[in-house]
Design a protein around this ligand. Structure first.
Ligand code: ATP
Ligand code: MN
Length: 430
């Protein structure tokens, strides 16, 4: 048998034709004379109408059908304004591939129940839409970098040292020794600019985030890039062009799915460069005007980022943070050594940081001084420091949190609904 997809039927040019579909039972109801089954496949949902008089055998099967059973069906496509998608299938024959047991997920179940049944809950329309939009986002990354001559590389996931600091490192036994799960591929990307100049990757990042928040996972995906001779201004242009391209591709590919999240594709198309640029010092002034007491010197937290971005429609850059607020590898500003040439991109409407990046220290002595000043063990960073001995060049790079971007674009309350199997402080199941 030749099967087509629901979407092919909803396109509208098969009216009157016999077609075969296969999928899963999304809903079922009916009377003694007629059954209505909503069939779901990877492309959408469609109503199947089974009339006892016309197809008695199919009707007998339909009567005992259970939610989430796998079925295949043959019928004639009809136009029907009342059905979802404006079309239905008048069933001639119906075959159950596998009859589902009573499906545990019904309306109004608790968040923790749904998380325990994540392997089944993923079949929901909403999560299916998220998965498709997520796939499109990964495609957009690939297209954007490929079209501009960046080379995709892959760092290791087992590592021997911290990039983002020891507090969030996952330790693991590695044969007779010890290793960590990577927090970031940045240092490995930095090694590759000396041969490839402009490199990027998208990879998992593992962080033992001890606080429960709506924007932290312990395992998330990070898009990272690093380029020789790139400075802070150029990095900001890369980021705003990349982010607006991603919004554009999602808007153009998923207008219908976006509606389910109450997002207008047209609004996403308005995410265009240039994004506003403010310094950390200016951000602190804005916060103080809004009544938030914030001491110059520490990193902006969730609450500060929310206040800074809640009235914005586009992402904003905050650059030039105090040295103490950022990791040791950030380049000190040549005119003001109290600040480093770094930049975070904050998503609007309160969503906060989606990208962190900046200029890296390329001078050997400055890097060694910073490692010492932060009380880090120089032996852990020997190979990283070594890069500053053989043709070192100025360079910059960034890391974008894939799930943070999806959360902002779809305006989701919690980051866990941006990924199929969210990993958090108290969840590794299923
Ligand atoms: P935050 O301060 O928001 O916790 P960070 O400063 O620790 O983030 P970076 O080390 O700059 O984050 O990582 C780069 C990007 O990775 C961040 O801008 C963010 O988008 C994403 N990210 C960082 N930590 C997490 C996490 N635990 N879960 C999901 N995404 C994250
Ligand atoms: Mn950051």
């Amino acid at each position: 048998m030749n099967f087509i997809h629901v979407q092919d039927v909803l396109q509208g040019n098969l009216v009157g034709q016999q077609t075969n579909l296969r999928g899963w039972v999304y809903r079922a109801r009916g009377t003694k004379k007629m059954r209505f089954i909503i069939l779901r496949d990877s492309t959408g949902i469609i109503q199947l109408t089974v009339v006892r008089e016309e197809a008695p055998e199919a009707f007998a099967v339909a009567k005992k059908i259970t939610i989430e059973s796998a079925i295949e069906v043959t019928g004639i496509v009809r136009k029907d304004e009342r059905s979802p998608g404006g079309h239905e299938l008048q069933v001639q024959s119906l075959n159950i591939i596998h009859p589902a047991e009573t499906f545990p997920i019904t309306k109004d179940q608790s968040v923790s129940f749904l998380l325990n049944k994540r392997h089944l809950w993923l079949r929901s329309q909403k999560l299916s839409h998220v998965m498709k939009i997520r796939a499109t986002l990964f495609r957009a990354f690939t297209d954007w970098f490929n079209n501009r001559g960046w080379i995709q590389v892959h760092g290791p996931m087992f590592t021997g040292s911290a990039v983002e600091g020891g507090a969030t490192l996952f330790n693991l036994k590695y044969f007779d020794g010890q290793a960590y799960l990577t927090q970031s591929s940045q240092f490995y990307l930095e090694t590759l600019i000396f041969s490839l100049e402009k490199v990027w990757t998208v990879a998992p990042s593992f962080r033992a985030e001890k606080s429960r928040t709506t924007r932290h996972l312990t395992e998330f995906w990070m898009l990272e890039c690093e380029a020789a001779y790139m400075g802070l201004q150029e990095l900001m242009r890369v980021e705003e062009e990349l982010v607006s391209y991603c919004c554009e591709v999602i808007a153009k590919t998923h207008a219908k799915e976006l509606e389910v999240f109450n997002i207008k594709a047209d609004d996403l198309l308005k995410v265009q460069p240039p994004f506003k640029r403010i310094s950390y010092t200016e951000a602190v002034e804005v916060l103080s005007k809004k009544g938030i007491e914030f001491e110059w010197g520490t990193d902006l937290g969730t609450e500060e980022e929310r206040v800074l971005t809640q009235d914005e429609d586009l992402p904003i850059f905050v650059h030039s943070y105090p040295k103490e607020a950022k990791a040791f590898y950030h380049s000190p500003n040549p005119e003001d050594p109290k600040i480093v040439d770094c930049v975070d991109l904050l998503a609007p409407k309160g969503y906060g940081e989606i990208i962190g990046g900046g200029q890296r220290i390329h001078d050997l002595d400055i890097l060694l001084d910073r490692i010492k000043a932060e009380n880090l063990n120089p032996a852990d960073y020997e190979w990283y420091v070594d890069l500053r001995r053989y043709g070192s060049v100025p360079h910059a790079g960034m890391g974008l949190g894939v799930e943070r971007v999806i959360r902002w674009i779809l305006e989701l309350e919690n980051i866990r609904d941006t990924i199929a199997y969210p990993r958090t402080i108290n969840r590794t199941y299923p």
